[in-house]
Design a binder for this molecule. Structure first.
Ligand code: COI
Length: 356
């Protein structure tokens, strides 16, 4: 693929000092753009200086949310090499999301090439401090300007990059979560198992409610019975009971997280029995009360592995592991980040090294 490159000015390309990095507030000097038009297909890939974009006021994505996105990360390893973590899984999920939203899919190799070219061009913006990374946000959205509800004939595929630190204000300290019985995140047959903006926009009301009560994230229950645990905030969730590490089975309304899958594959290597099944909120509360629930954590690309220290359910608050980060949570966090930073043996071949 021939990518046209239009460089930003040398002043704009100079990377700042990355201390006190938060999540998603600064962007690298370049972005990748590629357009789709019916009859022409995907065409004219280019890298341009990071800037605002122009959209038709009736662009379908603005009114009817026909758009999808991904989130992946690039890391500077301890050996000075740049690694992407499981990029092909992210790219395949992007296409799966696109297909669900009637968006034309992309050739995976072209998406990889676009990411590689952009990341290498802005490689000085990959923070080197442990715990930080370059967050890669590919997004595809419908740009045709019409108010009729229909499948767009035009799209923009864009990739932007953001040097990031920890996703939560708490850093690696346990988050407190709030179980909502009022709102649901998604239902089978809907779009909960893909990355489309609507899922996230629809979650904000419950998130606001949790925040008002002093909790940082929402624990989502299933839409039918409001009984089975689904996800937490924008992460998958794991419970470590005696002799079993378990996460909700993928029922169609849960995002098949890449970090979720990594934990399920790494746990047996640590001698831990990992399962995917239905988990009721009562089982969780009973486990906390009886002391059989040892640890709880969320997983996601942005948040990696995030300990959960407290759950609020039906007007009562329950502490897990005394509100402390558990040993297994820490071990899994270290294992995954160890692979990402090139410290630990990558027996699954998840880290892809980017060479100039
Ligand atoms: C990610 O974890 O990469 C996500 O896309 C979640 C988002 C809310 C930051």
């Amino acid at each position: 693929m021939e990518i046209e490159i239009n460089l930003a000015s040398p002043e704009k390309r100079k990377a700042p000092d990355f201390y006190n990095l938060t999540f998603g507030n600064i962007f690298t000097p370049h972005m990748f753009l590629m357009r789709y038009e019916e009859g022409k297909g995907w065409h004219s890939p280019k890298i341009v200086p990071f800037s605002d974009i122009e959209l038709h006021p009736a662009a379908i994505v603005l009114h009817y949310s026909q758009g999808v996105f991904e989130g992946m990360k690039a890391y500077y390893g301890v050996d000075g090499k740049i690694r992407l973590f499981r990029p092909w899984d992210h790219i395949n999920r992007l296409n799966r999301s696109a297909d669900r939203m009637c968006i034309p899919t992309l050739e995976p190799e072209k998406v990889f090439e676009a990411i590689k070219t952009l990341v290498l061009l802005d490689k000085d913006w990959i923070p080197r401090k442990r715990g930080s990374a370059l967050y890669i946000r590919p997004v595809i959205f419908a740009t045709e300007g019409t108010l009729g509800l229909k499948i767009s004939h035009e799209y923009l595929f864009m990739i932007i990059l953001s040097p990031v630190g920890a996703y939560y204000q708490e850093g690696f300290n346990p988050v407190r979560i709030y179980v909502t019985e009022e709102y649901v995140r998604a239902c089978p047959g809907g779009t909960g198992d893909i990355k489309t903006g609507g899922n996230y926009g629809a979650s904000l009301k419950a998130q606001e409610m949790a925040n008002k009560k002093g909790y940082s994230q929402v624990l989502w229950l299933d839409p039918l019975y409001r009984k089975y645990v689904e996800e937490v905030g924008s992460m998958n969730i794991f419970f470590y009971f005696e002799n079993e590490l378990t996460t909700p089975a993928l029922t169609g309304s849960i995002l098949p997280g890449v970090t979720r899958d990594s934990v399920l594959k790494l746990a047996p290597k640590l001698g831990i029995n990992a399962t995917e099944r239905r988990i009721s909120i009562e089982e969780v509360i009973e486990g906390i009360e009886k002391g059989t629930l040892k640890e709880c954590f969320g997983t996601g690309t942005a948040a990696v592995v995030s300990p959960v220290g407290e759950i609020y359910y039906k007007d009562k608050s329950y502490r897990i592991n005394n509100g402390q980060t558990g040993e297994l949570t820490k071990t899994l966090f270290d294992y995954i980040t160890g692979i990402q930073y090139g410290e630990k043996e990558d027996s699954f071949g998840w880290a892809v090294i980017l060479e100039d």
